[in-house]
Design a protein around this ligand. Structure first.
Ligand code: URC
Length: 296
């Protein structure tokens, strides 16, 4: 009996690429565009020996394939996913032993937050939530939202934190700030129009995220909650939970390319998790929060 190797391929799956185009508008303001892709590459060709003999002489390492995604984003830009995938396919067709490739991309769409030219909300992501908890005479109403994914491509810094022998994080005065907001707010008095109230809170959360020049996600969260509670009297308390969706600048120097804050690796884990409760006049109703998961 002989066993033969059939079709095979190798590549890098789910390369999370964020490319920021920092163009300018007619008014001279800088208008950013986000290209947010999840790219997977596969190569086919004369690669049997790696499978049958462990001979890697022909293998284009999947790590190299990942690097090509980031380097081509810088060299050629990302105009459309199709154009970008064709560019990747062209690159690999020109390499030895490659006879074919499969390049795939998922693209995530972002809508601009009207407040400025560099803040975005991910399209069609969020869920509106509500809890009514009645116990005898008492009724608590919580409104909320989850998975409100927002990103700003500038206007965020993080520095001044303590350093010791375990600290490696570089200080930055210009980073991407991205998070997925989960927020709850407790009503002390009920609004006349629940839907309008929800829209108002959502809009304030987005505008504040966009407008606050952030020195930490902590500060942004607090300002978002504060702005809502200052604008909407009936809200007595808020709880906000935000993962810090880290975007790491890709080091393109090994490829003799400069990365001017343009090409990022969007890490999905681990992530920072920043949470805060805000109270009007320092008062809280702990019983109201029992059925809301995830907050300390
Ligand atoms: O906004 C931030 N807050 C932190 O507490 C923190 N910690 C970290 O590593 N990066 C950040 N960013």
């Amino acid at each position: 009996m002989s066993i033969t190797l059939g079709p095979n391929q190798h590549g890098k799956a789910e390369v999370r690429l964020v490319k920021v185009d920092r163009g300018t508008t007619g008014s001279g303001a800088t208008s950013h565009t986000i290209h947010d892709l999840n790219v997977s590459t596969q190569l086919r060709g004369d690669f049997e020996a790696a499978f049958t003999d462990g001979d890697n002489v022909h293998v284009h390492a999947t790590d190299t394939q990942k690097n090509v995604v980031y380097a081509k984003a810088k060299e050629l830009g990302v105009t459309s996913p199709e154009r970008f995938l064709l560019d990747l396919a062209d690159h690999w067709s020109a390499q030895p032993w490659v006879t074919g490739s499969v390049m795939k991309a998922e693209t995530y769409s972002w809508d601009r937050i009207p407040a400025n030219e560099h803040s975005f909300v991910r399209r069609g992501q969020e869920t509106r939530t509500a809890v009514v908890d009645r116990d005898g005479e008492r009724t608590f109403v919580l409104s909320g939202l989850t998975d409100l994914v927002v990103l700003k491509s500038t206007g965020s810094e993080f520095h001044g934190f303590p350093r010791d022998r375990y600290t490696t994080l570089a200080e930055t005065n210009d980073r991407i700030l991205a998070t997925s907001v989960t927020a709850w707010w407790r009503w002390a008095t009920h609004p006349d129009d629940w839907d309008a109230a929800y829209d108002k809170v959502r809009a304030i959360l987005l505008d504040t995220f966009a407008e606050v020049h952030s020195l930490a996600l902590q500060q942004t969260i607090y300002e978002m909650g504060r702005a809502v509670m200052e604008a909407v009297d009936g809200i007595a308390e808020m709880r906000i939970s935000c993962p810090n969706k880290h975007h790491f600048l890709v080091d393109l120097s090994p490829f003799d390319l400069q990365n001017d804050n343009e090409v990022f690796y969007a890490a999905d884990r681990p992530y920072g998790l920043i949470e805060a409760a805000l109270q009007r006049d320092g008062s809280t109703e702990p019983d109201a929060w029992v059925s809301v998961p995830g907050f300390a």
